[in-house]
Ligand binder design. Sequence first.
Ligand SMILES: C[S@@+](CC[C@H](N)C(=O)[O-])C[C@H]1O[C@@H](n2cnc3c(N)ncnc32)[C@H](O)[C@@H]1O
Length: 258
Amino acid sequence: MTEVPGPPAAPPAAPAPAAGSTAAFARHETDAVRERYARRAAAVAADRYSLLASPAALREQQQRLRAMAALWRAHGWATLHDKALCEVGCGAGGNLADLLRLGAAPARLSGLELLPERAAAARAALPAAVRVVEGDALQADMTPGSQQAVLAFTVFSSLLDDAFQQRLAAAMWRWTAPGGGVLVYDFTVDNPRNRDVRGVPLARWRALFPQGRVQARRLTLAPPIARALEHRAPALLPLLEALPPLRTHLLAWITKPT
Ligand SMILES: C[S@@+](CC[C@H](N)C(=O)[O-])C[C@H]1O[C@@H](n2cnc3c(N)ncnc32)[C@H](O)[C@@H]1O
């Protein structure tokens, strides 16, 4: 994990909410997110992200897990068992399962998920003690400073409203305990074939978490390359992965001062 130095960028001007109250504003973007995911579900094969069917997906998950373990060890954490950890946009619970594998205690783990079918899948897959809350994370009832780490993996890239991104980042920061951090993983550049997402570059993370100390590293061989080669030439995957310009995602650990 390399620390990325430099002053925080100024936050871009946020567009005014389209209408009325905070709740109406949030509903507008979460409705849009629901539509984006419905379009996505119709457009991609059901096993696109299957760890069994896709060697590229399995590599990506294992590489990320190694990087997470390394950064938390470097942060001085010898165990996750005593840490409260929350994932925003937990989907079907794959990352929460990874956190359990890294030693997190089920009763200290929670996931917030907008889509009912995904929240239900996470509940079904995880131990009952893991708290899975369905709904918009912005409305979640989470005690300020209660979480040692708050995660969001490939969530901000599907939030196209700057102001909504900023509010969600502010909530995640509020929930984070001093000495803990926010862990984000997302792709950095726009995808010209998918207008329902946009890249989240390092400067944007700095703008969203201006009080944090950001450590970031590039991960993940560009998915179109990885998918094209995963069955035909799997031996090429680690070689290409070693070339930083071909890695499309950023894993960033943003620590909150004590
Ligand atoms: C691309 S998926 C990634 C799921 C999981 N983080 C992973 O890495 O496998 C992003 C998830 O974030 C959820 N999400 C988006 N906006 C949200 C919000 N405001 N509150 C809670 N969940 C949200 C979506 O419903 C979706 O399940």
